[in-house]
Write a protein that binds this ligand. Structure first.
Ligand SMILES: Nc1ncnc2c1ncn2[C@@H]1O[C@H](COP(=O)(O)OP(=O)(O)O)[C@@H](O)[C@H]1O
Ligand SMILES: [Mg+2]
Length: 217
């Protein structure tokens, strides 16, 4: 839809190309990695053989997730090869082509929470912890707590959004228990109800102001 609107010469936030890139984890993680942003160790795999091969390189337990998806759907914590084979068989039977490309990823030891930072116009406008077991998506009902991020983490979130050309982005960040921060993914169409609820910040208003500032320029 946004590409069709752009073709009429109308400016869209986010730009359609940036949204398309960010919706694919294989593509966007590659770009983030190439720009020096820390991401989970990831293999893109098609077919059972390459998935099992990637799993050997990563080691169990690992994370197996579709390259495109949201709300934590199909994101799987895999304990062993038998479980991976079974999950693969299930994915094979799913008609949706987006379920075809799989990512085999290291399980990042993030404790019981991760960080969601909302970036608007190269600024972090709000952030929260999402507390949960493995999958912490707010859409899945995880508990959320407002947090003021240290400047280095705000900077990481902004760099990740900028690297993908996104003006509005929800950046998922893992804080490793051993120290350091890793960008898990950058959402181009972030649902900001969670951040708004946790922080009380008028996110919709900030986004509106940002768009108005572009028009004035
Ligand atoms: N490599 C990983 N290590 C640890 N936890 C992960 C990993 N990948 C995903 N998760 C957990 O699963 C959730 C959903 O995964 P994510 O990649 O963000 O997919 P989605 O696009 O569906 O939100 C994350 O917010 C996180 O809590
Ligand atoms: Mg996510």
């Amino acid at each position: 839809v946004s590409a069709a609107i752009e073709s009429q010469g109308i400016r869209v936030v986010n730009r359609s190309v940036a949204t398309l890139i960010a919706q694919d984890k294989a593509v966007s993680l590659s770009i983030l990695f190439s720009k020096g942003i820390p991401v989970p160790r990831t293999y893109v795999a098609y077919g059972l053989e390459s998935i099992l091969e990637a799993a050997k390189l990563i080691g169990y337990p690992l994370v197996y997730k579709p390259s495109q998806g949201s709300w934590g759907r199909l994101v799987s914590l895999v304990k062993d090869e038998e479980m991976l084979r079974t999950l693969y068989e299930h994915r094979e039977l799913i008609q949706d082509p987006r379920a075809r490309v799989g990512l085999v990823q290291e399980l990042v030891d993030k404790g019981d929470r991760d960080i969601r930072a909302l970036v608007v116009g190269s600024k972090v406008v709000g952030a929260m912890y999402r507390v949960g077991e493995f999958v912490t998506n707010y859409a899945r009902g995880s508990e959320v707590i407002a947090v003021k991020l240290p400047p280095e983490v705000e900077d990481l979130a902004v760099r990740a959004a900028d690297a993908l050309g996104l003006e509005i982005a929800g950046v998922d960040i893992f804080e490793k228990r051993s120290g350091g921060y890793i960008v898990n993914e950058v959402n181009p169409v972030p649902e900001f109800k969670g951040v708004a609820a946790a922080t009380g910040i008028d996110i919709a208003g900030i986004i509106a102001d940002y768009v108005i500032s572009l028009v004035r320029r």
